[in-house]
Design a binder for this molecule. Structure first.
Ligand SMILES: O=c1[nH]c(=O)c2[nH]c(=O)[nH]c2[nH]1
Length: 311
């Protein structure tokens, strides 16, 4: 849950997580292709999602303090509500489904003040060599589209979308050569050698915000396209560090999608451990093994004003 007790304000919410929603034959998604990706949409024959919802509002105080459940919507009922709305939903993205359902919660129950919802999409790829099979899908590992929304009831009673973040999580990208890491502080704590060419393996989560919340429907940036941009920039550029790599990926994403205001990254260094630098008879072959913990990580947000040069 994103909500953290970092302010003097009381933390108070409750909800349901891991609501698995499988909606079949939702409206297909269509997007404009971009140079880095031939992706043009999803059939949405299966929209598979792991959804979380949290309800907020002063009305719930008595349930915590006095054990008064008279205003409690059981989390079991919340699960049923979410599953029901998945059948009413006519849109084509998880972002939209979350917004639709969060607003429905507020419209249905007057005493709720805010609803936070997030979801991870579980991609099912068309099965078959040419992807032509229309009814058989194989579950796809690794990268997953993500979305989170918060809808609130204002003082004047209007319901607004206060927060919306989209994302793609668990990209596992390896580039076997063309990455370096050198020039860092060398002191008595340094044992890491400088590398001019390392096999860089990163785990990457990417999150983005639209400059205007209406863009979510009119100018949707698909997780697949963001992923393909990340892969293209990784392939094209020789990076001096993961820090610079994620910055460059962020600039390219903002360049490609003017409707986005910012892109954030959480990266994890999973660079393989080198076992054999040289293999007799092989020009470039090496042998590596899994890295051992602990793992390095980076977090960074790229804003539009950061984009000075063309990438
Ligand atoms: O790209 C990197 N950035 C770092 O900050 C770092 N630190 C480290 O040990 N290896 C790496 N690699």
């Amino acid at each position: 849950m994103q909500t953290k007790a970092v302010t003097a304000e009381r933390t108070m919410y409750y909800g349901k997580k891991d609501v698995f929603v499988y909606r079949t034959y939702a409206s297909p998604l269509q997007v404009q292709p971009i140079p880095e990706s031939s992706f043009t949409g999803r059939s949405n024959t299966i929209m598979a999602m792991d959804i979380q919802a949290a309800l907020k509002g002063k009305a719930f105080l008595s349930s915590f303090k006095d054990g008064d459940n008279s205003l409690v919507i059981a989390t079991d009922s919340m699960k049923n509500f979410i599953l029901h709305q998945a059948g009413e939903f006519t849109g084509s993205t998880m972002d939209d489904l979350l917004q639709y359902t969060a607003v429905k919660f507020l419209e249905t129950y007057d005493h709720i003040q805010g609803v936070e919802m997030s979801g991870t999409q579980l991609p099912f790829k068309e099965s078959g060599e040419d992807g032509a099979a229309e009814t058989v899908y194989r579950e796809h590992a690794c990268e997953k589209p993500y979305a989170a929304v918060e809808a609130v009831r204002r003082e004047d009673g209007t319901i607004v979308l206060e927060e919306h973040v989209s994302g793609v999580t668990s990209l596992h990208l390896i580039k076997v050569k063309g990455s370096s890491f050198a020039g860092f502080i060398r002191d008595e704590y340094t044992t890491l050698p400088e590398t001019t060419d390392r096999p860089l393996f990163i785990y990457l989560d990417i999150f983005w915000r639209y400059s205007n919340k209406n863009h979510m429907r009119e100018n949707y940036a698909a997780a697949e396209q963001i992923q393909h941009i990340a892969e293209s920039v990784f392939r094209e550029l020789d990076s001096p560090s993961i820090q610079k790599l994620i910055f460059d990926i962020g600039c390219r994403i903002l360049k490609r999608f003017p409707q986005l205001a910012e892109v954030s990254f959480e990266s994890n260094n999973r660079t393989w451990e080198t076992i054999r630098e040289e293999i007799p008879g092989s020009k470039e072959g090496k042998v590596f093994t899994e890295p051992r913990p602990p793992y390095g990580f980076q977090g960074f947000t790229v804003f539009r004003e950061d984009m000075e040069e063309e990438i």
